[in-house]
Design a protein around this ligand. Structure first.
Ligand SMILES: *Cc1c(COP(=O)(O)O)cnc(C)c1O
Length: 366
């Protein structure tokens, strides 16, 4: 058949192994998944209450305009309703953006390692992918600027960056945006925005007014704990949204996901609580790394990437046998490192105990 040349040999996204599969494979009663940066504290109790008594009409198509959710998000973010686009997760928005802007003969600039779906989707569209290595875990903004030319259509900024966890400071980001040509779309992926607590960070929504070529992506999958519902949103000027909307599938969320996301965004107390608990949990990892002299990247997120001074694929396997699924840095472009989602206090403590055991076994610790 006449497959696009560029998809020949492409591999599907490799998600963290499902808990049930690891339970079966290793005969474990309990397996904890700390691989995909989901919220270990679940989701808002208000959503739980709603779901228990829900009587929605699932035989009816969802509102393709997501009116009710749109009103809630516009109010929360502080933009007009026509400045929002909703996706089946922000993954969907990444696909919509690449489909709308990328093609053979066009290029796209991104950091590496960063979120894998930017390059993956760009490749499907046949665009040239220009990857600029991180410097000490941070975006090399000057290096990225140097890669932009007349054929560049999208520049991706992941802040905080997955898998390293740090932000692009506001001052540097604004200086960068001022230098990017106005006909190049800058995608600011803020999947972990809710966790950020840093003086050098500021709300990026006003950038959208100042720079018509900026779109911000956010998601209900991480801090909101609703990864299973698949809702993400983009914030941009109305003109940008109206170009993207025809590329979006008409019913790309569900009846239930709209309702659940709306309830969730109105419960900011839950988000604040998770942010605090996450901050405490992250300290457990930082303390472990400092105690054992393991290099780690400063994280503003619910995950942390650190050096295990061993083959990270082996460490990954050994941890799995002990009931913990994490991400090997080898799969993320940082061999020797592991990326671990911050769990509950008890999960973190148990995990670090198992990790210590593995690293003793691997001869890393005496
Ligand atoms: C998890 C993640 C996404 C995708 O999230 P969705 O579940 O599709 O909303 C996008 N970008 C980054 C950086 C992520 O870590």
């Amino acid at each position: 058949m006449k497959w696009k040349q560029q998809i020949l040999g492409m591999k599907p996204y490799k998600p963290g192994k499902p808990v049930e599969e690891v339970q079966r494979e290793f005969g474990l009663d309990e397996v904890v998944k700390l691989a995909s940066n989901e919220n270990p504290f679940g989701f808002s109790p208000k959503v739980k209450q709603f779901l228990a008594q829900d009587q929605s009409h699932h035989e009816i198509y969802p509102d393709g305009y997501a009116q009710s959710l749109r009103t809630a998000v516009a109010e929360f973010v502080g933009v007009q309703e026509n400045q929002l686009i909703f996706g089946n997760g922000s993954d969907d928005l990444i696909a919509i953006l690449t489909r709308a802007l990328l093609a053979p003969g066009v290029n796209t600039v991104m950091a590496t390692p960063s979120f894998s779906q930017y390059a993956h989707n760009a490749q499907i569209e046949g665009a040239e992918v220009r990857e600029v290595p991180l410097v000490d875990g941070n975006h090399d903004l000057d290096g990225m600027l140097a890669q932009i030319d007349d054929n560049t259509a999208i520049v991706w900024i992941c802040s905080p960056n997955n898998p390293t966890g740090g932000i692009v400071p506001a001052a540097a980001l604004k200086a960068f945006l001022a230098k990017v040509p106005s006909d190049v779309l800058v995608v600011l992926d803020e999947a972990y925005y809710e966790y950020v607590d840093n003086e050098e960070h500021e709300n990026a929504v006003p950038y959208v007014e100042q720079f018509p070529n900026v779109i911000i992506l956010r998601t209900f999958s991480k801090a909101y704990g609703l990864a299973g519902f698949r809702v993400g949103y983009g914030i941009a000027q109305a003109d940008v949204i109206s170009m993207l909307d025809p590329v979006r599938a008409p019913f790309n969320n569900t009846v239930l996901s709209h309702k659940v996301a709306e309830i969730a965004i109105r419960d900011q107390a839950f988000i604040q609580q998770c942010k605090e608990l996450n901050k405490e949990g992250r300290k457990q990892y930082v303390a472990f790394c400092e105690k054992h002299n393991l290099h780690y990247f400063h994280s503003e997120t619910n995950f942390i990437l650190f050096d295990v001074k061993a083959d990270s694929n082996v460490v990954f396997q050994e941890l799995m046998k002990r009931g913990f699924i994490i991400r090997s840095g080898a799969a993320l472009g940082l061999p020797g490192y592991i990326r671990v989602t911050i769990g509950t206090n008890a999960q973190n403590a148990k995990f670090l105990q198992k990790l210590e055991e593995v690293l003793v076994e691997q001869g890393v610790f005496a």
